[in-house]
Design a protein around this ligand. Structure first.
Ligand code: WT7
Length: 662
């Protein structure tokens, strides 16, 4: 029996190595750089750039960023705080838009946007982008927005989202984009925490053929945000919306911009000036505001994109993420625009009007490089290979994936059905905090399905045990970053103590300055990384991060719920789905209706992403004597596994009452 299990496991593990074709290697951007530097071996190059990371990033900062005033010091590293390119003055929007609009690229497409309703296409050249960004930047100024002010942006995947971000960056304002799939409660909390004075939203947008009335949600949220003075509303779907004139003033985007000049001088800021705040989920119910800096962002995103996805002038790049997540910030906006690339954007759902929509967009736009998630790939797998086969995908030359570990089966399917059994797949490991890919193949790297391969040039990444010692080959441990990097997070907005505690404290005694990523991983005999998932209580739903405790807080905010415990259950497509165990308040009766109401309540608080797969009513949830919910115990019990020693719990009997859910 034991032997049988071992054999099955080996059979399931994909052992093939996929070598990059010679012409891909020889024409790649990274190879050109290696030739210039005299490197002939990938490992040697990766090792050298890691050992000499300060010099390496210095060179990259000269290559990719246009500095208004040169920096005088590359790095000031006083763990846990790094400052990059000190003394340098820069403007991100100048780098991403102005310099292209003033060159031959002014007529090159920056974005090809597809609305969900078929036939609706928005094309913006760098020249168009320049004018639109400037008008909005001037509009923001007319509302009193200055450098350092915060602007919350609640927009779907329409070109106005990057325009709004770039308009903020142009005048040194700090944007905080909130995913349009998040609901009222999530927007309110993020607007409040960020101290935003302006909100930018849209009347409505399309999702699966229906209009999502986003302004309505924004209004409901802003009612709880007294610091907001103005809201800019883009007219897209034409659904009727009331225009507020109370504590905050609503203004239509087109009216605000109608008489603004299409010229606007960039505000050149210090390299460390904050570019944006992006909220991500941690282990508490309160999301953390990750801060990123302007200077680092004009180095890390373009450099990693240029090397990993090998972007060339005539490439059509489609990063099919939402700009509401870091993937879109770095690789739909700041990285590709810095490079003067053409990006595809799509507003709607991948299955609208049918599950062939993405493939039709690739055919129509001539997409050459596609970057998506394992969840999306597994969804397409389930729909069947006939769908992509109907379309001409020959324009594709490179593929990528991100967000969660990819199972070899999905990897092989992706290569075979989307990549004609020929294309290399860049499995990029990174986080909201890292700002850029950190462990990833290059076009010159031999690939192993399921592995993000090796630390990128200039990155130090290791796997350690809890004591701080490197783990042996094949054993699991904690993924750490051993050296700072330009696009790294700078702090948590208004919460430096939590910043220190979350990432740096764990190895402070043995390795001060080692960054704890929060992932488990192992390396094989070739040093290839295999990421195994989170070590903390963070869920990964379809590649998106959501804290168990965030969902729990949403559940207990329902008047019938006394307490709740949330676990992730493995799911073939989404990676994980949400299971809620809720204890009801005294006297409240369990019912199917209440179950539905609670699911709807959680969805309303957090957004569709947080919709529970199932809700179980229980008498009690297992806790420690100090009151910490024992999610691991609950999970084991629910999954039919041995929950281990539960004698130290405050209420061991609660474990037995947890139903088995598989
Ligand atoms: C977490 C970060 C970074 C863009 C999207 C997610 C997981 C990310 C991979 C990968 C295995 C991955 C990790 C990481 N993750 N990429 N290629 N293989 N796991 O950003 O929401 O900040 O989540 O996503 O667990 O810690 P995020």
């Amino acid at each position: 029996m034991a032997e049988e299990t071992v054999t099955t496991k080996v059979l399931m593990e994909e052992k093939r190595v996929f070598k990059p074709p010679e012409d891909l290697v020889k024409n790649s951007n990274v190879w050109q750089w290696m030739k210039k530097k005299g490197f002939t071996d990938e490992r040697e190059m990766r090792d050298w750039t890691q050992k000499n990371y300060v010099d390496f990033w210095d060179e990259m900062a000269q290559t990719y960023a246009d500095w208004h005033e040169p920096y005088t010091q590359v790095l000031d590293w006083k763990p846990p705080y790094a400052k990059w390119f000190l003394g340098g003055k820069i403007n991100v929007t100048y780098n991403c838009v102005d310099r292209h609009a003033k060159s031959w690229r002014k007529n090159k497409l920056a974005y090809i946007g597809y609305g969900e309703p078929q036939g609706e296409v928005w094309k913006l050249t760098y020249g168009d982008l320049y004018r639109e960004v400037n008008k909005l930047a001037n509009g923001l100024k007319s509302l009193g927005v200055k450098a350092g002010d915060k602007v919350s942006i609640y927009l779907p995947m329409v070109p106005q989202l990057p325009i709004a971000m770039l308009a903020c960056a142009k005048i040194g304002a700090i944007h905080s984009v909130v995913f349009s799939g998040f609901s009222v409660g999530a927007y309110a909390a993020r607007v409040e925490d960020a101290d935003s004075i302006v909100s930018i939203t849209i009347d409505g947008f399309y999702r699966r053929g229906k209009i999502v009335e986003l302004k309505k949600q924004a209004d409901e949220a802003l009612a709880k945000c007294p610091k907001i003075k103005h809201q800019i509303v883009y007219k897209r779907a034409g659904n009727e919306v009331p225009m507020n004139t109370g504590t905050w003033k609503d203004v239509w985007w087109h009216e605000l911009c109608a008489n603004q000049s299409s010229e606007c001088d960039p505000v050149f800021v210090d390299s460390e000036h904050r570019l944006y705040i992006l909220y991500t989920s941690g282990t508490t119910g309160k999301p953390k505001g990750i801060e990123h800096a302007q200077g680092g962002y004009m180095v890390g995103p373009p450099q990693t994109l240029h090397w990993v996805f090998d972007l060339k002038e005539d490439d059509v790049w489609w990063c099919a993420a939402d700009i509401g997540w870091v993937t879109g910030h770095s690789y739909i906006v700041y990285g590709p625009l810095n490079l003067g690339a053409t990006c595809v954007m799509y507003e709607g759902s991948p299955d609208y009007p049918d599950i062939g929509r993405w493939w039709s967009i690739i055919e129509e736009s001539g997409t050459t490089v596609l970057y998506t998630t394992p969840t999306a790939i597994r969804m397409f797998m389930r729909a069947g290979e006939a769908w992509p086969a109907k379309y001409n995908l020959k324009s594709l030359r490179l593929l990528g994936t991100v967000g969660e570990p990819i199972n070899p089966e999905a990897w092989i399917w992706y290569r075979k059905n989307i990549g004609r059994d020929q294309l290399q797949i860049m499995d990029t490991w990174w986080q909201t905090e890292t700002g850029t890919f950190a462990v990833s193949p290059l076009p010159i790297t031999p690939l192993k399905p399921g592995s993000a391969t090796l630390p990128l040039p200039g990155f130090g990444v290791d796997v350690l045990d809890d004591q701080g010692d490197p783990v042996p080959v094949g054993s699991g441990g904690n993924v750490v970053q051993t050296t700072p990097w330009p696009a790294m997070l700078r702090d948590f907005y208004k919460d430096p103590a939590r910043y220190m505690q979350t990432y740096w404290e764990f190895y402070w005694k043995t390795h001060p300055g080692y960054y704890l990523a929060g992932d488990k991983g192992r390396r094989d005999e070739d040093g290839y990384f295999f990421i195994q998932g989170r070590i903390d209580d963070v869920l990964k739903i379809a590649g998106h991060r959501l804290g168990n405790s965030e969902v729990e807080s949403a559940a207990v905010s329902h008047p019938a719920v006394a307490e709740a415990a949330v676990i992730g259950k493995p799911d073939e497509v989404k990676g994980e789905v949400i299971i809620v165990f809720a204890c009801l308040k005294e006297g409240v009766k369990e019912s199917e209706e209440l179950r539905k109401e609670l699911a709807a309540h959680i969805r309303k608080e957090l957004g569709p992403l947080a919709t529970p797969e199932a809700i179980y009513f229980v008498k009690d949830v297992p806790k420690t004597r100090s009151g910490k919910i024992m999610r691991r115990v609950i999970r084991s019990r629910a999954m039919g596994q041995d929950p281990g020693d539960i004698s130290t719990l405050a209420n061991p009997e609660a474990v037995e009452a947890i139903p088995k859910i598989v």
